[in-house]
Ligand binder design. Sequence first.
Ligand SMILES: [Zn+2]
Length: 59
Amino acid sequence: MTGAHEPVVVYDTADPEHIAPPSEICLGCSGLESGHLVPVTFCPKAKTKLPPVPGEPSS
Ligand SMILES: [Zn+2]
């Protein structure tokens, strides 16, 4: 399945100890095979599927 604008959590696999926090990216905008990651916040479609963030205006 490709093209779905769903938020997915990815871990930095280059970081063996997982020090970096996981990132939420848009599956539809990103190319996991090419390593091109687009944050969910950059995709309005995926962003609507995220739970609301406390303290952020839901515009
Ligand atoms: Zn997207």
